[in-house]
Design a protein around this ligand. Structure first.
Ligand code: ARG
Ligand code: GLU
Length: 682
């Protein structure tokens, strides 16, 4: 009896599950979710979230750089994002004398804020469903051009695989200045070791300020520019969060594919991810071994290592998550039911068959593209060979210009690492490629020299590409490294035809998703549909929540400074905190930031919530039911990462840095309390 009752509760929860936590909603259509949001603790209205008639929360959110989110926290353009999103800017402004990455940076006055050349932020001015206008014959480029005439940037984006078109109008600000950054030992605390992991203790934030002209409009850098006055900025809650509290995230998720059929999931889980993981494991092993031998190499390869490892770890979580959920099987079952329904609908009856045929036609090509770019395409010297041969073919090229390029490349070329990678990647490529698609004679040539290792050794001994003394303009075209690299040209050229975000976005497949999405929405009436992420502004909501990591192993949703101290180790690079933090901890000298966390006097550091997020949501504001900032999103747990394909509310969690830790670091570590004075603390 009890069991039965329990089952029916579980069942009704999962049936309603579509409305719980899953989903990345378009801000202009948030009205359709607002009832559910309010039921869960949101106190604001749809108009507060998004409005074109008055200032709304969307005016406080920006696309930061090419792929992160940021949020305004003062009426004078102060902007928060992640440390890992500001990393490139901080690095660019650093030098040996001013190592802001290591030591942090705090502008003591507006005059000390550092312009970041090349950095821009985008504010969404408005979004508009233009599906009907397009259907009536208007051209997307004309609509975009009209918006540009108003002085804005604009783009048309497809939703539901082109069933809906939206115009996005943006204001782009190009005078963005660095205001503050914690030392990496806080902003990157835990490094790659803790990346995608909970419990987490990373102070992953950095601070910028946007400047505008005297009319508060975007302008290129000028010392006369004034701090931008955003129509809306977030006030900050210092009251904190607890398990079960409502949370909403507002930001720019980059890429999800929730509606793909089982064939696409199979490709990701059984073909693509495993291949990429295996190849990256090899590259990481080579790099790590050399890093362990030399501090210089460790530093030089830190960023490369981090970026290879980031996706590598994510994919492992994704494969595991998809297997655990049985996504392929559940999608197959779903498709079976769909096919039964579609049988009697002439326009849909053969849809799934057409899709399967389309996948068969493209999958191998897409795989070859991914295989090349993850293997031979990662070898620096091969890529340089291609660059140099293009340069040599250009008008005006001289011996000097060629020698100069070679000298520049050789200066920071690590042959030990690159050669080992070349050997491994060439070997993997020869083995993993569909044999009939290998470049003509390649395998025979490699074998005739005794295999990949001997062949690569021979390439290095016979090339002049690493010697500015020997290389000449004349000799580039016949250099062995160049002719070798060029054998892959047909593969590279062919790959361009398949350069789409996902396999399912290749046009010959994607075209079937248009009717398929339409059919799904006709058939699966109870499903709450939201368009896949595509780096347009979205709202997701849920609550602060822990989860059961493993049998009997519950992970609590809030971490504290005590956890930082427990990990602290001066001998481990990723866990070596600043002495000032140790001193503060020793005296429990937390000032106004100390609070009671489950009976302990401490400072909260990070927290988990159930918001549906993806890459691009880094730096996104996490707000409470009153619309106040409570944290900055920066990661997911690695067991969540299949949420890009299937979201599981029981274990998918996003990770945010608690805004109170951000304030604590600004105040107690940075000594920059004056920045807090410009924020609205509640
Ligand atoms: N996993 C996060 C993301 O996908 C953070 C990456 C940066 N941090 C790092 N330790 N590599 O972007
Ligand atoms: N760190 C990711 C980013 O840079 C967010 C993590 C995720 O994929 O959810 O956007």
């Amino acid at each position: 009896m009890l069991k039965k009752l329990f089952l029916s509760v579980v069942l009704s929860c999962t049936l309603l599950g579509a409305s719980a936590d899953e989903g990345m909603w378009l801000p202009s259509l948030i009205g359709s979710r607002i009832k559910d949001m309010r039921k869960k603790g949101f106190r604001l209205t749809a108009e507060d979230v998004y409005s074109v008639n008055k200032a709304s929360l969307k005016d406080a959110v920006v696309l930061f750089g090419g792929g992160c989110t940021g949020e305004y926290v003062s009426e004078e353009g102060l902007l928060l994002t992640n440390h890992h999103c500001g990393y490139g800017s901080i690095q660019q402004l650093s030098s040996v004398e001013h190592d802001y990455l290591t030591n942090g940076f705090w502008a003591k006055s507006r005059g000390e804020e550092l312009p970041v050349p090349g950095l821009s932020v985008k504010r969404l001015v408005r979004m508009e469903d233009i599906t009907e206008r397009i259907a009536a014959g208007e051209k997307a480029q004309d609509i975009v051009a009209a918006a540009r005439k108003e002085g804005y940037d604009a783009a048309v984006e497809q939703m539901y695989y082109g069933n809906q078109q939206f115009l996005f109008v943006y204001e782009i600000f190009r005078d963005v200045r660095l205001v503050g950054a914690p030392p990496s030992s806080i902003g990157k605390f835990g490094g790659d070791t803790d990346n995608w992991i909970w419990p987490r203790h990373t102070g992953d934030f950095s601070i910028f300020r946007v400047y505008a002209d005297e009319n508060n409009r975007p302008a290129t850098y000028s010392k006369d520019n004034k701090p931008y006055r955003p129509a809306r900025h977030f006030s900050i809650s210092t009251k904190g969060v607890g398990e079960g509290d409502f949370t909403m995230i507002y930001g720019f998720p980059g890429n999800t594919q929730e509606y793909v059929i089982s064939d696409a999931v199979k490709y990701v889980a059984e073909v693509s991810d495993p291949m990429k993981i295996a190849l990256r494991t090899k590259r990481l092993d080579i790099i790590s071994a050399e890093q362990a031998k030399s501090a210089e190499v460790r530093i030089a390869y830190a960023a490369v290592h981090a970026s290879i490892a980031n996706a590598w770890k994510k994919w492992q979580g994704e494969v595991l998550g998809l297997q655990r959920l049985g996504t392929v099987e559940s999608k197959q079952a779903y498709e079976k039911k769909f096919a039964q329904w579609a049988q009697s609908k002439p326009e849909y009856a053969s849809l799934l068959d057409s899709m399967r045929v389309a996948y068969k036609g493209v999958e191998q090509e897409y795989y070859i593209r991914e295989l090349y770019s993850e293997s031979v395409g990662t070898v620096s010297v091969f890529n340089f060979a291609r660059t140099l041969s293009a340069a040599a073919g250009k008008e005006g090229a001289t011996d000097e210009s060629i020698k100069a390029q070679v000298a520049k490349f050789s200066a920071d070329y690590n042959r030990t690492i690159d050669e080992q990678i070349a050997v491994e990647m060439l070997g993997e490529f020869l083995q993993r490629m569909p044999q009939e698609r290998l470049p003509e004679g390649l395998k025979q040539d490699v074998e005739s020299k005794g295999g990949a290792k001997a062949y690569v050794e021979w390439l290095y001994s016979a090339t002049n590409l690493l010697s500015s003394d020997k290389i000449t303009l004349q000799s580039v075209a016949d250099d062995v490294m160049v002719t070798f690299a060029q054998r892959f040209n047909p593969i590279i050229e062919n790959s361009r035809k398949y350069a789409y975000r996902n396999l399912s976005n290749v046009p010959s497949i994607e075209k079937w998703y248009r009717p398929y999405m339409r059919a799904l929405r006709e058939w699966d009436k109870n499903r709450a549909f939201y368009p896949d992420a595509n780096l347009t502004l979205r709202v997701a909501y849920g609550s602060v929540a822990g989860y059961e990591y493993a049998d009997a192993e519950y992970h609590h949703p809030v971490s504290t400074i005590d956890g930082i101290i427990a990990k602290d180790d001066p001998n481990i690079y990723d866990y070596n905190i600043p002495q000032s933090l140790r001193d503060i901890y020793a005296k429990k000298d937390y000032g106004r930031w100390g609070v009671d966390v489950n009976g302990r006097y401490s400072v909260p550091v990070c927290f988990l919530a159930t918001n549906h997020t993806s890459g691009g949501n880094s730096g996104s504001p996490i707000i409470n039911g009153r619309g106040e900032l409570i944290g900055i999103n920066f990661d997911r747990t690695w067991r969540s990462t299949m949420s890009d394909i299937e979201f599981d509310p029981s274990i998918c969690r996003n990770i945010s840095v608690d805004i109170r830790y951000v304030l604590f670091v600004i105040d107690r570590i940075g000594g920059a309390g004056y920045l807090i004075e410009e924020m609205d603390l509640k």
